[in-house]
Structure formats: structure tokens, C-alpha cells
Design a protein around this ligand. Structure first.
Ligand code: ADP
Length: 387
């Protein structure tokens, strides 16, 4: 039986995994996820093997470690005869130290634990899953891929906040996130569109989490996300850019605690907060309620604003790449973002856009919709360390 590579992606309320053959073409053998973790609802496990559903049903799991054990139990036939030789772990925060994937030795894991205060909603889950996987696959090489690593090429002006310098030195910086997705898209460009890979592009990762990245010659020079994954674009339930004075008002005048404000900004804001209805873009698009349309207006407005700003930072624009659940699937949102952007060289081919084709442009700036693949970036990282 072939050797295997497993990828593990622990989100705040989910645990996704994928299994690949450990060979150069990294053939996908299975994938799945546990959803509904720590959300008050019953957790659910799905496992798909070669387009067929192997398992779909409720499981008993309160946390990521139990969820991982359930995956191993129900997917036993995936892991038993075959041998997992490498595990690629998504770790949100690599601090200022890690600018590429790294083997998870105990020293590295300790250092990553010290970043937990920087990403309290994600890093502890990531590391709990690392512990569980290391215990299950003792002979495998375990490699971390970071969401922050892709952005370590930010120039200083895009890395700092305008605070007294000691805060920068302490690590209060614009780390940027969604790096695995940006890494995948830039590698896709190298393979399929070398002209853009060496040019000035803006990548818009528009999913439930959303951010944009300005890339020059394959390197990140700016991101809408900053110290946390709250900044920049409005998201499903996160607020995006906000005047810090609003937070002071909430604390001083409304007596809100850090925890209450955190809940508000992470879980109750964004498309869900503005629409008063849902964080699901499909539902918003289908609704004719004014608040739902306004939530879309705000989402589109912020993306357009960032696109203009990033084009200025890049000194011009050669390409825009949409990815993520909304970016890959919503012709309507792509059209709303691009309308009236001819001044920048952006013009959409209506049919190509409606047909969800990859190249949807007819202006001088290439506009593409490219399905992202964060899992394969993790699998590649693990595979590269096996060589
Ligand atoms: P996550 O950040 O959790 O990985 P996804 O990248 O899966 O999220 O994106 C989820 C978002 O994509 C949801 O808002 C969903 O409504 C939206 N989406 C998925 N398909 C479509 C579609 N066909 N049209 C509009 N929005 C879509």
C-alpha cells in the first residue's frame, strides 16, 4: 500500500482533514471534517473517499482532540493498511520567526505555544491537534504551515502600526493571514500564468473569512488583515476595519468587557450583524430585504476601496484573482466589485463571469476566479520534508 500524507486544519469550530498519496502528484484519496465543535450544537463528522461518502453523522466530541480521535476511529480503513508518513498541520500564527513551513519538534511547538496570546481563538486548537496527531502517528514527520508566513515579506510600512515603537518590538505588528491560500494562488500563477506571477496582482480571498493581499513578483507587500484576523474587509461574522475609538466607547461608556467586545467583533458583526439575518452570502443575494442588500453594498464597497489602495501601493495592476467560497462562486459579487473599474483597466467578460470560468476578463487587467486549495499547500510542505 502507498505511503500517505495527512493534512490537519483545526478551525475555531471545525477540524478538516485530507489524505494524499505521498508521491509527487499528491493524489487526493480522502477528505472530510468535523463541524459544530464548541458551538453548542452536536458535532458532525463527514468523510469522503473518492467522491463517495464513507461516513456522515453525529459524533460525540467536545473538543479538537476528541474530534481527531473520532476521525481516526471512523476512518480506520483509510489509515490502517496504508501508512501515514507525513502530517501537514495548519498553524495560524508563526509570529515573526517562521516565514516558511517547519518541522514540529518539541522546541518549535513550545515557541508556537508562546504565540497563543496573538491568536487565542485558533492557535490553542491548532496545537491541541498537533499533540493528538503526534500521539497517533509517532513515526511520521509533522510539519506546520502558517497563515502568517506568506506575509513576512511585507515592507516595514505595511508591517507596523503607528504606535510607540516598543509595541512593534513586542510583536504588535500587521502579520496578515490566509497565507496558505495566497501561497496556493501564487504557485498556481507560476504554473498557469507566469506573466501574472511576476507582475502586480491583488488576490481577494472572499470566504466566510475574507482578506486581500497585494502581491508583487510573487511576494506579499500588503494585506488587509493585520495583528488579528479581524481587520480589513467585513466578513461573515467579523467586523473588518473599525475605528479604535468605537472600542474605547464600548468600554468606557457601555462598560463592556474585553470578552463581550471580542464576541461582538468576531461572532456578531460582519454580514450577519449588518443584515441582522445571516452570514451566508447565498441567502443575502437571494433576499430583497434592504438590510441584506446594504450588507452586500458594504462588503463590495470595502473590497473596491482596498483594490484601489492596493493598486496604488503596487504602482499599477496586472491582475485580480478571486478565490474563497464567495470569490470562486459568486458571479454577482465579482460583477459588483468590478463594475465601473474601467479606469483601472478592469472589465469583465459577462458570459465568462456568469459561467464561473477561470479567466473572466476582457480588459487590460486579467481578472481570474481560481479555486484555492489550502490543504495541498500543507501536503506539499510535509512531502517536501520527506525528501
Ligand atoms: P470559509 O472561510 O469558512 O472556508 P468558504 O470559503 O467556504 O468559507 O466561503 C463561505 C461563503 O461562500 C459563504 O458566505 C457562502 O454563502 C459563500 N458562497 C458559497 N457558494 C456561493 C455561491 N454560489 N454564491 C454566493 N456565495 C457563495
Amino acid at each position: 500500500m502507498a505511503d500517505l500524507i495527512l493534512t490537519v486544519n483545526a478551525g475555531s469550530s471545525s477540524l478538516k482533514f485530507a489524505v494524499y498519496e505521498a508521491a509527487h502528484n499528491l493524489t487526493l484519496k480522502a477528505k472530510g471534517q468535523v463541524s459544530g465543535l464548541a458551538s453548542g450544537v452536536e458535532a458532525n463528522l463527514q468523510i469522503d473517499v473518492a467522491d463517495a461518502r464513507l461516513f456522515d453523522g453525529p459524533i460525540k466530541a467536545d473538543g479538537h482532540v476528541e474530534a481527531f480521535e473520532e476521525i481516526l476511529k471512523h476512518g480506520r480503513e483509510l489509515f490502517s493498511e496504508d501508512k501515514v508518513v507525513g502530517v501537514g498541520h495548519r498553524v495560524v500564527h508563526g509570529g515573526i520567526t517562521f516565514d516558511k513551513p517547519v518541522v514540529l519538534t518539541s522546541e518549535v511547538i513550545e515557541e508556537l505555544r508562546s504565540f497563543e496570546p496573538l491568536a487565542p481563538l485558533h492557535q490553542p486548537h491548532n496545537l491541541a491537534s498537533v499533540d493528538a496527531a503526534k500521539a497517533a502517528f509517532t513515526e511520521a514527520i509533522h510539519v506546520a504551515g502558517f497563515d502568517t508566513a506568506f506575509h513576512r515579506t511585507h515592507p516595514w510600512v505595511n508591517d507596523t502600526f503607528c504606535l510607540p515603537r516598543k509595541w512593534y518590538d513586542e510583536g504588535v505588528r500587521r502579520y496578515g493571514f490566509h497565507g496558505l491560500s495566497y501561497d496556493y494562488i501564487t504557485s498556481w500563477l507560476r504554473e498557469h500564468r507566469p506573466d501574472l506571477a511576476s507582475g502586480r496582482v491583488v488576490i481577494a480571498h472572499l470566504g466566510n473569512g475574507a482578506s486581500m493581499c497585494a502581491v508583487r513578483d510573487g511576494k506579499s507587500v500588503g494585506s488587509t488583515m493585520g495583528f488579528s484576523a479581524l481587520d480589513g474587509l467585513p466578513m461573515g461574522t467579523r467586523c473588518g476595519q473599525i475605528d479604535p475609538g468605537v472600542l474605547l466607547y464600548m468600554m468606557d461608556q457601555k462598560g463592556m468587557s474585553a470578552e463581550q467586545i471580542s464576541d461582538l467583533l468576531y461572532k456578531e458583526s460582519g454580514l450577519k450583524g449588518l443584515s441582522g439575518k445571516t452570514n451566508d452570502m447565498r441567502v443575502l443575494e437571494a433576499s430583497d430585504e434592504p438590510a441584506c442588500q446594504q450588507a452586500i453594498d458594504y462588503f463590495v464597497f470595502r473590497i473596491r476601496r482596498e483594490l484601489g489602495g492596493m493598486s496604488a501601493v503596487l504602482g499599477g495592476l496586472d491582475g485580480v484573482i478571486f478565490c474563497g467560497g464567495i470569490g470562486e462562486n459568486s458571479a454577482f459579487i465579482r460583477q459588483r466589485i468590478c463594475e465601473g473599474m474601467e479606469w483601472l483597466g478592469i472589465s469583465l467578460d459577462e458570459n465568462a463571469n456568469a459561467g464561473n470560468e477561470i479567466d473572466i476578463s476582457r480588459g487590460t487587467v486579467s481578472v481570474l476566479a481560481v479555486p484555492t486549495n489550502e490543504e495541498i499547500v500543507l501536503a506539499r510542505a510535509a512531502f517536501d520534508h520527506l525528501q
